[in-house]
Design a protein around this ligand. Structure first.
Ligand code: ARG
Length: 459
């Protein structure tokens, strides 16, 4: 039976179920590298403060490297009583270098240690997720540029609305992903702020240099401003869960569009074999499973965010063991987000499109707004032209014909300012090209959107 880190004032044994209930090593061992890095920096800070000799500090730093080597090689042996990653690493360190290992925790608490480890770990993961997200955005920009001439119906309320470009639709989603990337970018300095040197709650009594620690750990001099807040604060986890949940909500909406567009009634797009599956019963089926999973995982992720908020909300100031419940939510969210972004990139870059079907989805009534705008250009107030064009739609409906089948004389019967040139309105490409302002559906505008996205990606 191993001595507990905190066992001095205890005489009774821990209930075995409690032992298991309390331990976090099964999941927080994932942060072994960050725990070692934090401890190595702390040993150096203790030496700078004169608490350790240079020799003691280097013995600890080297000992910790050996411990890291064991984790790396998969040979680290977990012993009963290794409550969490901090306990396990410190126990092993002392086995490797002897009693000087017992000096490492001077002035430090697992409270500032665990917050430091988590921030270090999440900081690294944010970089990986952002890199993957940028690949997704790049894939959207590439397709948008290559397929800019493809027209498709745009929908509101899922009802056919106006002519847009397929690329315009792609970029509408890329715009939301760009905001997601910005949110993660903005979050990074708040994640990368140093709690270490806060002790259990009241601060460090040995004068460790927190600026030094912050620089040593790659946090560029950012330190938590208040030791009580430093061990209390899990905002950075909640913020990450929010930012990634919102990103998953965006991926889910994108997936939902594609599920609709790939349905038998639309056939605008088809998922590649790599991201679809078949039916065990119906031989003809090709189901967009990757997209459905993206949609479903978005739901799970919102649960993680809600769970995290609920874990923190009732805790009094400073550290409470409730916080231990956040690891699994955070780990799961990081893994899910990373996988989803990469799956989405795969789906997007291998999807085949059917421009003829998209074109066939355009109907003349989607040019009714253009018909109204024709009269606007002849000086009629839009409010009136809306009604006039509506009357034309009604007439075509009554006659069971297309809007473009109405003759100039028919239209003149509704308003005298209609002339021969009205026939130019019946052109889907023209309709998109007319919308040439910044952010619109014209080819120039869409290519400008691509260019701006590429500039952002280079930043
Ligand atoms: N395993 C704990 C956690 O995940 C580490 C901190 C424990 N600190 C303490 N004073 N009990 O939050």
């Amino acid at each position: 039976e191993q001595k507990k880190l905190w066992g001095g004032r205890f005489t009774g044994k821990t209930d075995p179920l409690m032992e298991k209930f309390n331990e976090s090593l099964p999941f927080d061992k994932r942060m072994w590298a960050e725990d070692v890095r934090g401890s190595q920096a702390y040993a150096k800070a203790l030496a700078k403060a004169g608490v350790l000799t240079e020799e003691e500090a280097s013995t600890i730093v080297e000992g910790l490297s050996k411990v890291a080597g064991e984790w790396e090689a998969g040979s680290f042996e977990i012993k009963s009583g290794d409550e969490d990653i901090h306990t396990a690493n410190e126990r092993r360190l002392s086995e490797v270098i002897g009693s000087v290992g017992g000096k490492l925790h001077t002035g430090r608490s697992r409270n500032d240690q665990v917050a430091t480890d988590t921030r270090l770990w999440l900081y690294g993961q944010l970089q990986l997720i952002r890199a993957a997200l940028r690949e997704l955005i790049t894939a959207a920009a590439d397709r948008a540029e290559a397929e800019v001439d493809v027209l498709m119906p745009g929908f509101t309320h899922l009802q056919p609305a106006q002519t847009v470009r397929w690329s315009h639709w792609l970029l509408s989603h890329a715009a939301s992903w760009q905001r997601d990337d910005m949110r993660l970018r903005d979050l990074m300095p708040r994640v990368g702020t140093l709690p270490l040197g806060s002790g259990a709650l009241a601060g460090n009594p040995f004068g460790v240099d927190r600026q030094f620690l912050s620089h040593e750990l790659g946090f560029e001099g950012r330190v938590c401003p208040n030791s009580m807040d430093a061990v209390s604060d899990r905002d950075f986890v909640a913020e990450f869960l929010f930012a990634s949940s919102l990103h998953m909500v965006h991926l889910s909406r994108w997936a939902e569009d594609l599920i609709i567009y790939s349905s038998g009634q639309f056939k605008f797009v088809q998922c590649s074999d790599a991201y679809a599956t078949g039916s065990s019963l119906m031989p003809q089926k090709k189901n967009p499973d990757a997209l459905e999973l993206l949609r479903g995982k978005g739901g799970k992720q919102i649960g993680n965010l809600t769970g995290m908020m609920a874990v923190i909300k009732g805790t009094p100031t400073t550290y409470n063991k409730d916080f231990q419940e956040s690891w699994e939510l955070m780990f799961d969210t990081v893994d899910t987000t990373y996988d989803c972004v990469r799956i989405a990139t795969g789906v997007l870059s291998t999807l085949s499109i059917n421009p003829e079907k998209m074109l066939a989805g355009l109907s003349d009534d989607m040019l009714a707004t253009d018909l109204a705008e024709y009269l606007v250009r002849k000086g009629v107030p839009f409010r009136e032209t809306h009604h006039i064009s509506g009357a034309a739609v009604k007439l075509a409906e009554d006659r069971n014909c297309q809007l473009s089948d109405l003759s100039v004389a028919d239209l003149q019967g509704i308003h005298p300012l209609f002339a021969e040139d009205v026939m130019a309105v019946w052109d889907f490409d023209r309709s998109a090209e007319m919308r040439d302002t910044e952010g619109g559906a014209s080819k120039r505008s869409v290519l400008e959107q691509v260019a701006k996205l590429r500039t952002y990606l280079k930043e």
